[in-house]
Design a protein around this ligand. Structure first.
Ligand SMILES: [Zn+2]
Length: 237
């Protein structure tokens, strides 16, 4: 409860901002700075460090950012909930509707899946960059999850001795990996489509031929996430 209220006090998304887009009722605030093919997305409302890093970044760097509106991990979804980073494939969305809304009728599950499937491509058309641009996703982790859990799924890895394993990049393009491997930060390359698409936006980006980098850091480590964001800004095309 205490943590909830602390997070709530950091929450400063204005509700009168009409510049929003949505996917199946899940609303995203849009921030644009100048004209650039750089795109950013923040998907989990409980990962407030990532939101702060991104909102600050957008004040002085060109690009377009999409920020989920909400302060919890799962978004409201037709009277139930859903993980906004599990809706970017039909297979992933179906499993996620089932996971969080078991008591729904079969008809309601089918109907809501159809709404996601109808909204997905128009949403991705707005969000995914054109002209070979880069999509940057920002996430924070809590206990447990770290780069070592990604190694077996990765095509190449560069893990630095002096870096916390909970701070790392995941990228899907080998040229980007080659650059990030020379950075001070941990990085893994995942350039092959997964056996099972869980509906994460990373795989949707891959299907559309879009370069993708996830900046994953410990919750609360704003300076670390900002450094990693700045490194991408300066070093990736
Ligand atoms: Zn996340």
């Amino acid at each position: 409860m205490i943590r909830f209220f602390l997070l709530f006090s950091f929450f400063n998304i204005s509700f009168d901002d009409s510049n929003t887009i949505h996917l199946a009722g899940i609303k995203f605030k849009v921030l644009q700075n100048g004209e650039s093919d750089r795109r950013y997305i923040w998907l989990h409302g409980d990962e407030q460090t990532a939101r702060m890093a991104l909102e600050r970044h957008m004040k002085s760097n060109a690009g377009k950012a999409f920020l989920v509106t909400g302060i919890v991990r799962e978004s409201e979804f037709f009277g139930g909930i859903i993980d906004p980073n599990r809706i970017f494939s039909s297979e992933g969305a179906k499993a996620n509707i089932q996971k969080y809304n078991r008591k729904w009728s079969r008809a309601k599950k089918k109907e809501t899946l159809e709404i996601i499937n109808k909204d997905r491509d128009p949403f991705l058309k707005e969000v995914l960059p054109k002209n070979g641009g880069l999509l940057v996703a920002l996430h924070n982790n809590f206990k447990g999850y770290n780069v070592k859990k990604e190694v077996h799924k990765s095509d190449a890895v560069s893990i630095k001795k002096d870096q916390n394993p909970r701070d790392f990049f995941i990228c899907t393009n080998r040229s980007d990996f080659d650059i990030l491997a020379k950075s001070p930060f941990n990085v893994v390359l995942q350039e092959s489509p997964p056996k099972k698409d869980d509906g994460s936006i990373s795989w949707a980006a891959m299907r559309h031929g879009v370069r993708y980098v996830n900046i994953e850091t410990r919750l609360g480590w704003l300076s670390q996430q900002t450094k990693m964001l700045n490194y991408i800004e300066k070093n990736l095309p």
